[in-house]
Design a protein around this ligand. Structure first.
Ligand code: EPU
Length: 446
């Protein structure tokens, strides 16, 4: 089994309970958006606690292509973003640089405000679903933008400027909510967004924009109101911690029978995960304070089966699903996972079955709520029968979160697995291999 990057391989020796401490830094899914927001300011921004991950590098490169000066600040993990000389970038360079990242679409509003033009490369689909951008484009058009699709990508202009508008999202999309926020803050007049996403990362982005001078009100029932202002300044911001990474390590402790202290993990952003973790039989200790975190550990007793549905906030995050399924292969009974956010986010379970798991996927909605995918032929529900002994195999990583799940499955399994495509994990997990090694994992590059 190979990938197009033959050196991108990790050998993982199993039967290893992970023990020790890891630190999580600023949330990937906030940091990348806060970097884009810096484009809206007239002065320099300072972003702290930025993880060294591939997605940050991609956004940094895209900002630099547009004339933003990005330098490392005095504090470790600090980025200084200077947008005073923003300029149009070369279309071919944007295409090469963006790769498979979804972030370029969020450059639209800021670039339209700064330059009157934005180019968005063809973003394509991916392993977890089609990931269309129809909500983004509909919202931009309603602000007054004109979208011209070409074979290379989309050219977007705003011949009459951008005007505040009323817009209701068909689904509370994280990206489309960010699109509206980043466009509305400097638009002329008031924008009302209904059915908005309200994930902690969105609220943190609103905090960034408020620091810059924006006027944004979050009402009840997913309504966000943005009063356009004439000018925004730079910000200084310390992001919320990465609750996806924190939960991934928590699930890894459970799956491998280990004991991990995740420094930086914050209870308030992870309550739904913590409830599920406890229902499965995992043990927790929550430490508050500036240097606090959460200890996740396996109690030694048998784990219990649970039924979970992924959902938008405050539901169980779709990105928590994959490592938790690995832990559920070790729970007694039949667990259910109903994935309601992405239509194809259970494909990775095939590799777990090759490792000895018993996971059956279904087209039907097996959760309490029928979802958008129920009658559309997507295998988006899974039944996990456990406990099952896992054994080593060769596996190709399909996407970021599934990749992490495969590696922890390999750590829980008997024998030595070969994992291909591990660099995908570096998109979202800082120092992944070093952290694993520090927790006692026996891994090596062949
Ligand atoms: N959707 C549409 N049309 C659109 C936009 C979204 O149909 O124009 C659909 C999507 O296809 C999906 C659903 O709406 O079925 C939710 O997508 P959303 O827009 O909320 O996701 P996103 O903004 O593209 C972010 C994170 C994802 C995370 C989701 C859900 C970033 C860079 N990505 O994606 O994170 O899973 O929100 O919380 O913030 C990851 O970190 O590995 C990752 C995939």
């Amino acid at each position: 089994m190979t990938t197009d990057r033959p050196n991108d391989v990790l050998r993982v020796y199993g039967n290893t309970p992970l023990r020790g401490e890891v630190r999580v830094r600023g949330a990937k899914n906030l940091v990348s958006k806060a970097m884009v927001a810096a484009l809206l300011g007239n002065t320099r921004s300072h972003l702290y606690d930025v993880p060294r991950i591939r997605d940050v590098e991609v956004v940094r490169g895209l900002l630099e292509l547009h004339g933003v000066r990005v330098t490392d600040g005095a504090e470790p993990g600090e980025l200084v973003l200077d947008p005073t000389n923003v300029e149009r970038a070369n279309v071919d360079e944007i295409n090469v640089h963006a790769g498979s990242s979804r972030i370029p679409i969020l450059f639209c509003g800021p670039l339209l405000h700064r330059l009157g033009h934005a180019f968005i490369p063809d973003l394509g689909g991916c392993h977890i679903g089609d990931r269309p951008i129809d909500f983004h484009l509909a919202a931009l058009r309603q602000f007054g933008a004109v979208v011209d699709k070409t074979p290379q990508g989309m050219h977007i202009t705003a011949p009459n400027g951008l005007q505040g508008t009323k817009f209701e999202l068909p689904y509370p999309s994280v990206g489309a909510t960010e699109q509206v926020l980043l466009t509305a803050v400097l638009a002329d007049g008031v924008t009302e967004l209904r059915n908005a996403a309200v994930e902690p990362e969105i609220i943190d982005l609103i905090c960034v924009l408020q620091k810059m001078g924006a006027i944004i009100t979050v009402h009840t029932d997913r309504v966000i109101e943005i009063e356009g202002v004439k000018r925004l300044e730079g910000y200084r911001h310390r992001p919320i911690p990465d609750r996806i990474e924190a939960a991934s390590w928590g699930a890894a402790a459970l799956a491998t029978g280990g004991d991990l202290f995740v420094r930086g993990a914050r209870q308030a952003d992870m309550m739904t995960f913590l409830n599920v973790f406890r229902s499965v039989g995992g043990q927790l200790e929550i430490h508050d304070g500036p240097d606090g975190g959460i200890r996740f550990y396996h109690p030694g007793d048998e784990l219990r089966a649970v039924a979970i549905e992924t959902d938008v906030h405050p539901g169980f995050m779709t990105d928590w699903q994959q490592p938790m399924v690995v832990a559920l292969t070790q729970a007694r009974g039949l667990s259910i996972m109903h994935e309601t956010v992405y239509e194809r986010r259970l494909g990775y379970t095939e590799a777990l079955n090759q490792m000895g798991a018993t996971i059956q996927t279904y087209r039907e909605c097996l959760g309490g709520t029928p979802c958008r995918f129920g009658r559309r032929n997507f295998r988006h529900s899974a039944v996990i029968a456990g406990p099952t002994k896992l054994h080593a195999t060769d596996v190709v990583i399909p996407d970021l979160r599934a990749g992490f799940a495969h590696v922890i499955a390999a750590l829980a399994a008997e024998g030595c697995s070969t994992v291909y495509g591990v660099s995908l994990i570096n998109r979202g997990y800082e120092d992944f291999e070093a952290k694993l090694a520090g927790l006692g994992a026996h891994i090596e590059r062949p």
